[in-house]
Design a protein around this ligand. Sequence first.
Ligand code: MN
Length: 434
Amino acid sequence: MTKAIKILHLSDIHMGSSFSHGRINPKTGLNTRLEDFVNSLNQCIDRAISEPVDIVLFGGDAFPDATPPPFIQEAFASQFRRLADAKIPTILLVGNHDQHSQGNGGASLCIYRTLAVPGFIVGDTIKTHRITTRSGDIQVITLPWLTRSALLTRPETEGLSLVEVNDLLIEKLTPVLEGEVRQLDIDIPTVLLGHLMVDRANLGAERFLAVGKGFTIPISLLIRPEFDYVALGHVHKHQNLNPANNPPIIYPGSIERVDFSEEKEEKGYVLITVETGKANWEFCPLSTRPFCTIEVDVSAKDDPQATIIKAIAKKEIQDAVVRLIYKIRPEQLDAIDNSILQETLKPAHSYTIRPEIVSQLARPRLPELGVGNSLDPLEALKTYLTSRDDLKDMIPNLLEAAQGLLDSDRDNWLDFEAGSEKVTKTQLALEIDS
Ligand SMILES: [Mn+2]
Protein backbone atom coordinates (compact mmCIF):
# COMPACT_ATOMS: atom_id res chain seq x y z
CA MET A 1 0.00 0.00 0.00
CA THR A 2 1.57 3.25 -1.10
CA LYS A 3 0.95 6.60 0.54
CA ALA A 4 0.08 9.67 -1.49
CA ILE A 5 3.15 11.19 -3.10
CA LYS A 6 3.83 14.87 -2.60
CA ILE A 7 5.26 16.82 -5.54
CA LEU A 8 6.56 20.36 -5.95
CA HIS A 9 6.21 21.50 -9.56
CA LEU A 10 7.91 24.69 -10.72
CA SER A 11 8.94 25.96 -14.12
CA ASP A 12 10.46 28.65 -16.31
CA ILE A 13 13.13 30.00 -13.98
CA HIS A 14 14.96 31.96 -16.72
CA MET A 15 17.73 32.85 -14.30
CA GLY A 16 19.85 35.62 -15.80
CA SER A 17 16.92 37.38 -17.51
CA SER A 18 15.55 40.83 -16.83
CA PHE A 19 18.93 42.40 -16.01
CA SER A 20 17.86 45.61 -17.74
CA HIS A 21 15.25 46.02 -14.98
CA GLY A 22 17.84 45.83 -12.23
CA ARG A 23 20.95 47.64 -11.06
CA ILE A 24 24.24 46.54 -9.60
CA ASN A 25 24.08 45.83 -5.90
CA PRO A 26 27.22 47.56 -4.56
CA LYS A 27 27.47 45.07 -1.70
CA THR A 28 27.56 41.97 -3.89
CA GLY A 29 28.51 43.28 -7.31
CA LEU A 30 25.57 41.33 -8.72
CA ASN A 31 22.61 42.56 -10.72
CA THR A 32 19.69 42.93 -8.33
CA ARG A 33 17.45 41.03 -10.73
CA LEU A 34 19.67 37.96 -10.41
CA GLU A 35 19.17 38.30 -6.66
CA ASP A 36 15.39 38.56 -7.19
CA PHE A 37 15.34 35.37 -9.28
CA VAL A 38 17.51 33.54 -6.71
CA ASN A 39 15.17 34.74 -3.97
CA SER A 40 12.11 33.35 -5.78
CA LEU A 41 13.82 30.03 -6.45
CA ASN A 42 14.97 29.96 -2.84
CA GLN A 43 11.34 30.21 -1.68
CA CYS A 44 10.43 27.21 -3.87
CA ILE A 45 13.32 25.09 -2.57
CA ASP A 46 12.60 26.14 1.05
CA ARG A 47 9.05 24.87 0.66
CA ALA A 48 10.18 21.60 -0.95
CA ILE A 49 12.48 20.95 2.02
CA SER A 50 10.17 22.14 4.80
CA GLU A 51 7.19 20.05 3.64
CA PRO A 52 9.16 17.88 2.73
CA VAL A 53 7.96 16.87 -0.71
CA ASP A 54 8.82 13.46 -2.15
CA ILE A 55 9.95 14.77 -5.52
CA VAL A 56 10.56 18.06 -7.35
CA LEU A 57 9.63 18.47 -11.02
CA PHE A 58 11.16 21.37 -12.93
CA GLY A 59 9.32 22.08 -16.19
CA GLY A 60 12.21 23.56 -18.17
CA ASP A 61 13.82 26.86 -19.22
CA ALA A 62 16.45 27.25 -16.52
CA PHE A 63 18.30 30.14 -18.20
CA PRO A 64 17.70 32.56 -21.07
CA ASP A 65 19.93 30.41 -23.30
CA ALA A 66 21.96 27.21 -23.37
CA THR A 67 25.24 28.84 -22.36
CA PRO A 68 24.75 30.84 -19.15
CA PRO A 69 27.84 32.44 -17.61
CA PRO A 70 29.36 30.48 -14.69
CA PHE A 71 28.12 32.85 -11.94
CA ILE A 72 24.54 32.31 -13.10
CA GLN A 73 25.01 28.53 -13.41
CA GLU A 74 26.37 28.61 -9.88
CA ALA A 75 23.42 30.59 -8.49
CA PHE A 76 21.07 28.01 -10.01
CA ALA A 77 23.13 25.02 -8.88
CA SER A 78 23.52 26.18 -5.30
CA GLN A 79 19.72 26.22 -4.93
CA PHE A 80 19.12 22.81 -6.52
CA ARG A 81 22.01 21.34 -4.59
CA ARG A 82 19.92 21.79 -1.44
CA LEU A 83 17.46 19.25 -2.85
CA ALA A 84 20.27 16.73 -3.39
CA ASP A 85 21.45 17.34 0.19
CA ALA A 86 17.89 16.79 1.45
CA LYS A 87 17.71 13.58 -0.65
CA ILE A 88 14.70 14.82 -2.62
CA PRO A 89 14.66 13.30 -6.12
CA THR A 90 14.48 15.97 -8.81
CA ILE A 91 13.82 15.98 -12.53
CA LEU A 92 15.23 18.83 -14.60
CA LEU A 93 13.32 18.93 -17.88
CA VAL A 94 14.89 20.56 -20.91
CA GLY A 95 13.04 23.54 -22.36
CA ASN A 96 13.60 25.43 -25.59
CA HIS A 97 15.86 27.96 -23.90
CA ASP A 98 18.06 25.17 -22.56
CA GLN A 99 18.84 23.76 -25.98
CA HIS A 100 21.43 24.82 -28.48
CA SER A 101 19.74 26.03 -31.63
CA GLN A 102 21.05 22.96 -33.42
CA GLY A 103 19.29 20.76 -30.89
CA ASN A 104 22.13 18.98 -29.11
CA GLY A 105 20.08 17.98 -26.09
CA GLY A 106 19.85 19.94 -22.88
CA ALA A 107 23.13 21.78 -23.09
CA SER A 108 22.94 23.84 -19.91
CA LEU A 109 21.41 21.08 -17.75
CA CYS A 110 23.38 18.00 -18.89
CA ILE A 111 26.14 18.87 -16.42
CA TYR A 112 23.89 17.46 -13.66
CA ARG A 113 23.88 14.08 -15.37
CA THR A 114 27.62 14.23 -16.02
CA LEU A 115 28.28 14.99 -12.36
CA ALA A 116 25.85 12.20 -11.36
CA VAL A 117 24.18 14.42 -8.74
CA PRO A 118 22.39 11.88 -6.50
CA GLY A 119 18.67 11.73 -7.22
CA PHE A 120 18.86 14.10 -10.19
CA ILE A 121 17.49 13.20 -13.60
CA VAL A 122 17.90 15.34 -16.70
CA GLY A 123 14.87 14.98 -18.97
CA ASP A 124 16.20 15.56 -22.46
CA THR A 125 14.48 12.64 -24.21
CA ILE A 126 10.98 11.13 -24.32
CA LYS A 127 11.30 8.50 -21.65
CA THR A 128 9.54 7.00 -18.63
CA HIS A 129 11.44 7.24 -15.36
CA ARG A 130 10.41 5.07 -12.44
CA ILE A 131 11.51 6.80 -9.26
CA THR A 132 11.47 5.47 -5.72
CA THR A 133 10.53 8.15 -3.21
CA ARG A 134 10.05 8.12 0.56
CA SER A 135 6.32 7.62 -0.02
CA GLY A 136 6.57 4.97 -2.70
CA ASP A 137 7.24 4.69 -6.40
CA ILE A 138 6.08 7.13 -9.05
CA GLN A 139 6.58 7.11 -12.81
CA VAL A 140 7.28 10.28 -14.73
CA ILE A 141 7.26 10.49 -18.53
CA THR A 142 9.58 13.27 -19.66
CA LEU A 143 8.65 15.13 -22.82
CA PRO A 144 11.29 17.81 -23.43
CA TRP A 145 10.87 20.64 -25.93
CA LEU A 146 10.76 18.98 -29.32
CA THR A 147 12.44 20.53 -32.28
CA ARG A 148 11.60 19.59 -35.80
CA SER A 149 14.89 17.74 -36.05
CA ALA A 150 14.04 15.50 -33.09
CA LEU A 151 11.36 13.64 -35.03
CA LEU A 152 11.62 14.67 -38.67
CA THR A 153 14.27 14.68 -41.34
CA ARG A 154 14.79 17.53 -43.77
CA PRO A 155 13.48 15.66 -46.85
CA GLU A 156 10.26 14.92 -44.96
CA THR A 157 9.57 18.60 -44.41
CA GLU A 158 10.76 19.92 -47.78
CA GLY A 159 8.18 22.27 -49.22
CA LEU A 160 5.73 21.91 -46.33
CA SER A 161 4.08 24.86 -44.66
CA LEU A 162 4.60 25.35 -40.94
CA VAL A 163 1.11 24.06 -40.25
CA GLU A 164 1.86 20.90 -42.24
CA VAL A 165 5.16 20.44 -40.41
CA ASN A 166 3.28 20.77 -37.13
CA ASP A 167 0.74 18.14 -38.20
CA LEU A 168 3.48 15.77 -39.28
CA LEU A 169 5.26 16.18 -35.95
CA ILE A 170 2.10 15.35 -34.02
CA GLU A 171 1.62 12.34 -36.29
CA LYS A 172 5.12 11.14 -35.34
CA LEU A 173 4.84 12.01 -31.67
CA THR A 174 1.54 10.21 -31.09
CA PRO A 175 2.85 6.62 -31.45
CA VAL A 176 6.02 7.46 -29.51
CA LEU A 177 3.94 8.70 -26.58
CA GLU A 178 1.58 5.77 -26.97
CA GLY A 179 4.57 3.44 -26.66
CA GLU A 180 5.47 5.00 -23.33
CA VAL A 181 1.89 4.85 -22.06
CA ARG A 182 1.50 1.16 -22.93
CA GLN A 183 4.40 0.08 -20.77
CA LEU A 184 3.28 2.05 -17.69
CA ASP A 185 2.74 0.25 -14.40
CA ILE A 186 -0.92 0.93 -13.71
CA ASP A 187 -0.51 0.36 -9.97
CA ILE A 188 1.61 3.43 -9.26
CA PRO A 189 0.93 7.16 -9.83
CA THR A 190 1.90 8.60 -13.21
CA VAL A 191 2.91 12.12 -14.16
CA LEU A 192 3.64 13.50 -17.61
CA LEU A 193 6.28 16.25 -17.42
CA GLY A 194 6.38 18.26 -20.65
CA HIS A 195 7.87 21.48 -21.95
CA LEU A 196 5.43 22.36 -24.68
CA MET A 197 2.75 24.64 -26.05
CA VAL A 198 -0.74 23.23 -25.80
CA ASP A 199 -3.31 24.40 -28.31
CA ARG A 200 -5.65 25.43 -25.49
CA ALA A 201 -3.13 27.59 -23.64
CA ASN A 202 -4.11 31.16 -22.89
CA LEU A 203 -1.04 33.14 -23.73
CA GLY A 204 -2.19 36.50 -22.48
CA ALA A 205 0.32 39.23 -23.03
CA GLU A 206 3.07 36.98 -24.35
CA ARG A 207 1.14 35.53 -27.28
CA PHE A 208 3.20 37.49 -29.77
CA LEU A 209 6.35 35.85 -28.49
CA ALA A 210 4.88 32.45 -28.94
CA VAL A 211 3.69 32.65 -32.51
CA GLY A 212 5.65 30.25 -34.61
CA LYS A 213 7.99 29.18 -31.86
CA GLY A 214 7.97 25.46 -32.38
CA PHE A 215 4.74 23.58 -32.61
CA THR A 216 1.62 23.10 -30.54
CA ILE A 217 0.32 19.88 -29.03
CA PRO A 218 -3.41 19.13 -29.10
CA ILE A 219 -4.75 18.82 -25.58
CA SER A 220 -6.32 15.46 -26.47
CA LEU A 221 -2.81 13.95 -26.31
CA LEU A 222 -2.62 14.98 -22.65
CA ILE A 223 -6.12 14.23 -21.34
CA ARG A 224 -5.68 10.52 -20.74
CA PRO A 225 -6.85 8.26 -17.92
CA GLU A 226 -3.29 6.90 -17.58
CA PHE A 227 -1.99 10.29 -16.39
CA ASP A 228 -2.76 11.39 -12.84
CA TYR A 229 -1.18 14.81 -13.29
CA VAL A 230 0.30 16.66 -16.26
CA ALA A 231 3.15 18.99 -15.23
CA LEU A 232 3.95 21.55 -17.91
CA GLY A 233 6.47 24.26 -18.59
CA HIS A 234 6.87 26.93 -21.31
CA VAL A 235 3.96 29.35 -20.85
CA HIS A 236 4.77 31.97 -18.22
CA LYS A 237 1.20 32.59 -17.11
CA HIS A 238 -0.07 30.11 -14.51
CA GLN A 239 -3.12 28.13 -15.63
CA ASN A 240 -4.90 24.79 -15.48
CA LEU A 241 -5.81 23.73 -19.02
CA ASN A 242 -8.23 21.08 -17.83
CA PRO A 243 -10.66 22.44 -15.21
CA ALA A 244 -12.33 19.01 -15.05
CA ASN A 245 -9.04 17.92 -13.42
CA ASN A 246 -9.09 14.50 -15.06
CA PRO A 247 -6.11 14.96 -15.00
CA PRO A 248 -5.07 18.50 -14.01
CA ILE A 249 -2.92 19.94 -16.85
CA ILE A 250 -0.96 22.70 -15.20
CA TYR A 251 1.43 25.45 -16.19
CA PRO A 252 2.81 26.82 -12.90
CA GLY A 253 4.16 29.80 -14.90
CA SER A 254 7.47 31.52 -14.38
CA ILE A 255 8.77 32.20 -10.85
CA GLU A 256 9.74 35.85 -11.50
CA ARG A 257 8.65 38.38 -14.08
CA VAL A 258 10.89 38.12 -17.11
CA ASP A 259 9.56 41.35 -18.63
CA PHE A 260 6.64 43.80 -18.58
CA SER A 261 4.35 41.39 -20.43
CA GLU A 262 4.10 39.52 -17.11
CA GLU A 263 3.35 42.64 -15.05
CA LYS A 264 -0.14 41.57 -13.98
CA GLU A 265 0.51 37.84 -13.53
CA GLU A 266 0.83 36.28 -10.11
CA LYS A 267 3.96 34.16 -9.85
CA GLY A 268 4.30 30.88 -8.00
CA TYR A 269 4.72 27.12 -7.99
CA VAL A 270 2.35 24.17 -7.55
CA LEU A 271 2.13 21.62 -4.73
CA ILE A 272 0.48 18.31 -5.61
CA THR A 273 -0.46 15.17 -3.74
CA VAL A 274 -0.93 12.33 -6.16
CA GLU A 275 -2.24 8.79 -5.87
CA THR A 276 -3.16 6.38 -8.63
CA GLY A 277 -6.25 7.88 -10.24
CA LYS A 278 -6.30 11.04 -8.16
CA ALA A 279 -4.40 14.30 -7.74
CA ASN A 280 -4.98 17.33 -5.55
CA TRP A 281 -3.07 20.48 -6.44
CA GLU A 282 -2.65 23.96 -5.07
CA PHE A 283 -1.02 27.07 -6.58
CA CYS A 284 1.35 28.69 -4.09
CA PRO A 285 2.13 32.36 -4.78
CA LEU A 286 5.68 33.67 -4.39
CA SER A 287 6.66 37.04 -3.08
CA THR A 288 8.22 38.63 -6.16
CA ARG A 289 9.38 42.03 -7.40
CA PRO A 290 6.36 44.08 -8.56
CA PHE A 291 6.31 45.67 -12.01
CA CYS A 292 4.36 48.86 -12.60
CA THR A 293 3.46 50.67 -15.82
CA ILE A 294 2.36 54.29 -15.59
CA GLU A 295 0.82 55.54 -18.82
CA VAL A 296 -0.49 59.06 -19.14
CA ASP A 297 -1.57 61.28 -22.04
CA VAL A 298 -0.74 64.91 -21.31
CA SER A 299 -1.08 66.19 -24.87
CA ALA A 300 -4.33 68.00 -24.04
CA LYS A 301 -3.29 69.21 -20.56
CA ASP A 302 -2.34 72.74 -19.54
CA ASP A 303 0.15 71.57 -16.95
CA PRO A 304 1.76 68.39 -18.31
CA GLN A 305 4.35 68.14 -15.55
CA ALA A 306 1.76 68.24 -12.75
CA THR A 307 -0.40 65.71 -14.60
CA ILE A 308 2.51 63.26 -14.80
CA ILE A 309 3.39 63.71 -11.11
CA LYS A 310 -0.24 63.07 -10.21
CA ALA A 311 -0.28 59.89 -12.31
CA ILE A 312 2.84 58.63 -10.54
CA ALA A 313 1.34 59.37 -7.12
CA LYS A 314 -1.62 57.10 -7.91
CA LYS A 315 0.60 54.04 -8.25
CA GLU A 316 2.51 51.91 -5.75
CA ILE A 317 6.04 52.40 -6.98
CA GLN A 318 7.98 51.55 -3.82
CA ASP A 319 10.65 48.94 -4.74
CA ALA A 320 8.88 48.22 -8.04
CA VAL A 321 10.30 48.04 -11.54
CA VAL A 322 8.57 51.08 -13.05
CA ARG A 323 8.12 52.36 -16.57
CA LEU A 324 6.64 55.77 -17.16
CA ILE A 325 5.23 56.43 -20.62
CA TYR A 326 3.71 59.80 -21.37
CA LYS A 327 2.22 61.17 -24.59
CA ILE A 328 3.12 64.79 -25.23
CA ARG A 329 3.09 67.39 -28.01
CA PRO A 330 6.53 68.71 -29.11
CA GLU A 331 5.76 72.26 -28.02
CA GLN A 332 4.96 71.04 -24.49
CA LEU A 333 8.39 69.45 -23.96
CA ASP A 334 9.85 72.59 -22.38
CA ALA A 335 7.30 72.29 -19.58
CA ILE A 336 8.82 68.99 -18.43
CA ASP A 337 11.60 68.99 -15.87
CA ASN A 338 13.15 65.54 -16.08
CA SER A 339 15.09 65.89 -12.84
CA ILE A 340 11.82 66.34 -10.94
CA LEU A 341 10.36 63.23 -12.60
CA GLN A 342 13.47 61.29 -11.62
CA GLU A 343 13.22 62.53 -8.04
CA THR A 344 9.56 61.46 -7.91
CA LEU A 345 10.43 58.00 -9.21
CA LYS A 346 13.29 57.49 -6.77
CA PRO A 347 11.41 55.09 -4.42
CA ALA A 348 11.17 52.63 -7.35
CA HIS A 349 13.64 49.78 -7.61
CA SER A 350 14.41 50.91 -11.14
CA TYR A 351 12.61 53.04 -13.68
CA THR A 352 12.53 54.12 -17.28
CA ILE A 353 10.93 57.30 -18.63
CA ARG A 354 9.66 57.31 -22.19
CA PRO A 355 8.08 60.40 -23.72
CA GLU A 356 6.02 59.64 -26.83
CA ILE A 357 5.83 62.64 -29.07
CA VAL A 358 2.37 63.15 -30.53
CA SER A 359 2.76 64.83 -33.88
CA GLN A 360 0.46 65.64 -36.77
CA LEU A 361 3.07 64.18 -39.08
CA ALA A 362 2.98 60.84 -37.30
CA ARG A 363 -0.24 59.90 -39.05
CA PRO A 364 0.44 57.33 -41.75
CA ARG A 365 0.38 58.77 -45.24
CA LEU A 366 -1.04 55.52 -46.53
CA PRO A 367 -4.20 54.61 -44.64
CA GLU A 368 -3.84 50.98 -45.80
CA LEU A 369 -0.66 50.75 -43.74
CA GLY A 370 -2.14 52.34 -40.64
CA VAL A 371 -3.04 50.84 -37.32
CA GLY A 372 -5.87 48.34 -37.52
CA ASN A 373 -4.98 47.15 -40.99
CA SER A 374 -3.08 43.96 -41.38
CA LEU A 375 -1.40 43.21 -44.67
CA ASP A 376 1.09 40.52 -45.40
CA PRO A 377 4.57 41.87 -46.16
CA LEU A 378 4.16 41.56 -49.91
CA GLU A 379 0.82 43.39 -49.97
CA ALA A 380 2.30 46.10 -47.77
CA LEU A 381 5.21 46.50 -50.14
CA LYS A 382 2.86 46.65 -53.13
CA THR A 383 0.80 49.35 -51.46
CA TYR A 384 3.91 51.37 -50.77
CA LEU A 385 5.36 50.95 -54.24
CA THR A 386 2.17 52.03 -55.97
CA SER A 387 2.34 55.26 -53.98
CA ARG A 388 5.79 56.02 -55.39
CA ASP A 389 5.59 57.37 -58.94
CA ASP A 390 9.35 57.34 -59.29
CA LEU A 391 9.51 53.56 -58.71
CA LYS A 392 6.67 52.58 -61.02
CA ASP A 393 8.81 50.89 -63.66
CA MET A 394 10.64 48.81 -61.12
CA ILE A 395 7.61 47.37 -59.35
CA PRO A 396 7.64 43.90 -60.94
CA ASN A 397 11.37 43.49 -60.31
CA LEU A 398 11.14 44.72 -56.73
CA LEU A 399 8.23 42.44 -55.93
CA GLU A 400 10.03 39.47 -57.39
CA ALA A 401 13.13 40.25 -55.38
CA ALA A 402 11.04 40.64 -52.22
CA GLN A 403 9.34 37.31 -52.82
CA GLY A 404 12.77 35.73 -53.12
CA LEU A 405 13.84 37.24 -49.82
CA LEU A 406 10.65 36.10 -48.12
CA ASP A 407 11.10 32.56 -49.39
CA SER A 408 14.67 32.30 -48.18
CA ASP A 409 13.70 33.87 -44.88
CA ARG A 410 10.95 31.32 -44.52
CA ASP A 411 13.53 28.60 -44.93
CA ASN A 412 15.62 30.12 -42.18
CA TRP A 413 12.53 30.38 -40.10
CA LEU A 414 12.08 26.63 -40.09
CA ASP A 415 15.52 26.31 -38.54
CA PHE A 416 14.60 28.81 -35.88
CA GLU A 417 13.31 26.58 -33.18
CA ALA A 418 15.15 26.57 -29.92
CA GLY A 419 16.38 30.07 -30.49
CA SER A 420 16.14 33.42 -28.86
CA GLU A 421 13.49 35.15 -26.82
CA LYS A 422 12.22 37.70 -29.32
CA VAL A 423 10.57 37.14 -32.63
CA THR A 424 11.20 39.86 -35.16
CA LYS A 425 8.29 41.55 -36.88
CA THR A 426 9.21 40.12 -40.27
CA GLN A 427 9.29 36.62 -38.88
CA LEU A 428 6.03 37.21 -37.12
CA ALA A 429 4.36 38.50 -40.26
CA LEU A 430 5.64 35.55 -42.22
CA GLU A 431 4.35 33.23 -39.60
CA ILE A 432 0.85 34.64 -39.63
CA ASP A 433 1.01 34.56 -43.37
CA SER A 434 1.74 30.84 -43.59
MN1 MN B 1 10.00 27.60 -22.99
